[in-house]
Design a protein around this ligand. Structure first.
Ligand code: ADP
Ligand code: MG
Length: 680
């Protein structure tokens, strides 16, 4: 009886589980359908607008063209008439010549030529000569007009070519100057639940290519203008946004710490941008990034690299960290952000899942598990709103046994909590406390960007878990991309303005950033960067920390320290890509690991030398700043070790390996300033 009851209970549990899963799947599909329909609608509107513009442009062009044609035709007709007249004159004169020749012949054939006739003849000959001259003159005039036209056409063509070359040159300069903090703004389409009627007018629209304008109400003027690195209108799909963001993903493969944030108020499209829905067109940055990493991995493996990848997924909720890849329903374990002996940041007791980026089933199951675990609660603004910051991290390690190089990259994809202010969400009690806590870490993020933007002084990374964990990406060592999501509704215009102002703050961080953050290590150095340097130093002196296999796929306690290979990859306090050597030439992967684990680490120090004759530009404060830095010298206290630099990418070599260094990967864009400004 009891066992029957147990069995029935178990069956009930299984059924309940199945029901929950099918409900979630149904919900996901509904969301995907809504998103797809909204984007299609926006595309149709765009299309109609573009068609109208095209029609108008066509009409104007047609008018201009027909005017020009009429004018040209008139000119040609005139020239044609002149030519016709000339031909007629020639024909007449030729006829006269013939007649005269005939007359002359007759004359010569024996008729007496009178004195008068001779005079007449010579007069006629004179007329013929004059007519011929006139004809020649007309022909020459016609030819010179023709030449002039040809010359004008050639000049115009050359001008067009020159303009195109200049455009390409400027484009390349802009590409060079694009820095390591970039900001994209994305406007979502209207959704049925916005209840904005049949022909809603957005309060925020794309203006030109990279600008955005906003008004605070339907009848208000377009008062606020912002410029960003990229602007995505409602009709831009997930693929379009990802194409722009993919170079950041590539950077993680090249050994950078990369961080992509999705920012905005609840309902503005943060989760849509980061995770998306389904496995098709509507999938977001996370699944697309892994796909991209999979493709690059396959390519680099053909070049001799060996990659290992692990993912972690956590959320920060009310300043508490929760593991989203945990096994149980509740996260019983306490997680803290810690710094290990190598100066590397990690979260204690977090699940690290080894993944093959080409196995999309595993990737999907990771995303599904995390989204089920994500903390959600109701507020007055949105029936189900995400109240936590979700951080998906892809940890990459790679070695190249032949080259004797190892690198480590990290890709953090962050779906931030809603940025709305407390008063709007009608939250109270626990919800109010929660909102304060969420806004606290968001304002800590703002403070960090503001401090970086001020170029110097203390940067308050420690004020929130979010900023402390992501410090390596934010502090000039890594690359940051902020996607600011905006809702088009009038009701959201105030929040959208706040989001756009925050985004401007972020963009301002780039002023002289590369130079400043590198010098921090060499000369000034704020508290936080010092702590990283010293942590790295002490660990290097102390040798590798405790052993742990990188390839372990199950839950691994990060508190125990990173893998042995991580210890060997020396944490050079270099603001650029970390690429470091392993100490033995050409080994099998396993023997390589054994060898690297015993390598003696070296205390390193960085110094930046500005490139000779480097182009200078003027910053917002009117100061002249270096637009580029050609080399970062890494000096070793251990004289046996040599360290070389190539451009912005530093590579250290052990004394046993002396072969020329090669630059790895493709992405070593130098950080520089951006241009986001709010113009009134
Ligand atoms: N660019 C977009 N195209 C189509 N639908 C979108 C877009 N951005 C957001 N949505 C839809 O809007 C709704 C809210 O988006 P969501 O990402 O959940 O907002 P947030 O995470 O900021 O609260 C979802 O139904 C989502 O599918
Ligand atoms: Mg969300």
């Amino acid at each position: 009886m009891k066992s029957d009851l147990n069995m029935a209970g178990a069956q009930l549990k299984v059924e309940k589980g199945l029901r929950t899963r099918s409900e979630q799947k149904e919900k996901e599909e509904r969301t995907e359908r809504i998103a797809m329909a909204a984007q299609l609608m926006a595309m149709a509107q765009d299309h109609a607008r573009m068609e109208q513009h095209l029609k108008e442009a066509d009409e104007v062009l047609e008018r201009k063209w027909s005017d020009k044609m009429t004018e040209q035709k008139k000119l040609y007709d005139m020239r044609g008439n002149e030519l016709g007249e000339s031909h007629q004159t020639i024909a007449g004169l030729e006829g006269e010549i013939q007649a005269l020749k005939q007359a002359l012949n007759d004359h010569e054939n024996g008729v007496l030529v009178s004195k008068n006739q001779t005079q007449e003849l010579s007069q006629l000959k004179g007329e013929i000569i004059a007519a011929r001259e006139k004809l020649k003159f007309e022909e020459e005039r016609f030819r010179s007009v023709e030449k002039k036209y040809e010359q004008t056409v050639k000049e115009l063509e050359a001008e067009i070519e020159q303009a195109e070359a200049e455009r390409r040159r400027l484009h390349n300069i802009i590409q060079d100057l694009r820095g390591n903090v970039r900001v994209f703004a994305r406007i979502r389409p209207f959704l049925p639940e916005d209840n904005c009627g049949d022909d809603p007018q957005p309060c925020v629209v794309q203006k030109f290519d990279k600008e955005i304008k906003l008004r605070l109400g339907k009848d208000e003027p377009w008062q606020h203008n912002f410029a960003f690195d990229s602007v995505f209108p409602p009709s831009s799909g997930q693929d379009v946004l990802f194409r722009e963001a993919s170079e950041f993903i590539q950077s993680a493969m090249d050994g950078y710490n990369v961080c992509l944030f999705s920012y905005g108020q609840t309902g503005s499209g943060k989760t849509h941008t980061m995770t998306g829905s389904g496995t098709g067109q509507m999938r977001g940055i996370i699944p697309r990034s892994i796909e991209e990493v999979g493709k690059t991995k396959a390519k680099l493996e053909r070049e001799g690299w060996q990659y290992e990848m692990q993912v972690s997924y956590l959320e920060i909720y009310n300043e508490k960290i929760r593991d989203l890849l945990r096994d149980g329903k509740f996260d019983e374990v306490k997680h803290e952000v810690k710094v290990n002996k190598d100066g590397k940041r990690y979260v204690s007791n977090i699940t690290m899942k080894k993944i093959d980026p080409n196995d999309m089933d595993v990737v999907e199951s990771v995303i599904r598990q995390a989204s089920m675990c994500r903390s959600v609660a109701s507020t007055g603004m949105n029936s189900v709103s995400s109240r936590s910051h979700a951080i998906f991290t892809l940890h990459l390690t790679a070695i190249h046994p032949e080259k004797g190089e190892a690198l480590r990259g990290q890709l953090n994809l962050v779906d931030l909590a809603g940025s709305e202010r407390l008063s709007r969400s009608n939250a109270s009690g626990d919800r109010a406390r929660e909102t304060v806590s969420i806004n606290k870490s968001l304002s800590a993020l703002t403070d960090v960007f503001a401090a970086i933007g001020r170029k110097g002084g203390h940067i308050p990374y420690r004020n929130s878990k979010l900023t402390y964990l992501l410090q390596p990406c934010l502090g000039g060592e890594g690359k940051t991309l902020m996607v600011v999501n905006l809702s088009p509704t009038d009701a959201s215009s105030q929040e959208s303005l706040c989001s756009l102002r925050f985004a401007s703050h972020v963009n301002k961080c780039e002023l002289g950033k590369a130079k400043r953050s590198i010098q921090e290590y060499a000369e000034e150095g704020d508290d936080d960067t010092k702590s990283v340097s010293s942590a790295a130093t002490s660990s290097m002196k102390g040798g590798p920390s405790r052993r742990e296999s990188v390839s372990s796929s199950a839950t691994s306690s990060m508190e125990r320290g990173p893998s042995r290979r991580e210890n060997v990859t020396s944490s050079i306090p270099n603001p650029k890509r970390k690429v470091s050597s392993v100490s033995q030439p050409r080994k099998t992967p396993s023997s390589h690991r054994r060898t690297t684990s015993t390598a003696t680490a070296t205390t390193l120090k960085t110094r930046v030398s500005p490139r000779k004759n480097a182009p200078r530009r003027i910053d917002d404060d009117g100061r002249s700043v270096e637009s580029n830095i050609s080399s970062i010298s890494v000096l070793s206290r251990d004289s046996r070790s040599t360290v070389s630099t190539i451009g912005s990418c530093s590579v250290s070599r052990s004394p046993t390996k002396r072969k020329p260094l090669q630059k790895l990967g493709t992405n070593n864009t130098l950080p520089s300033r951006n241009f986001a400004t709010e113009k009134r």
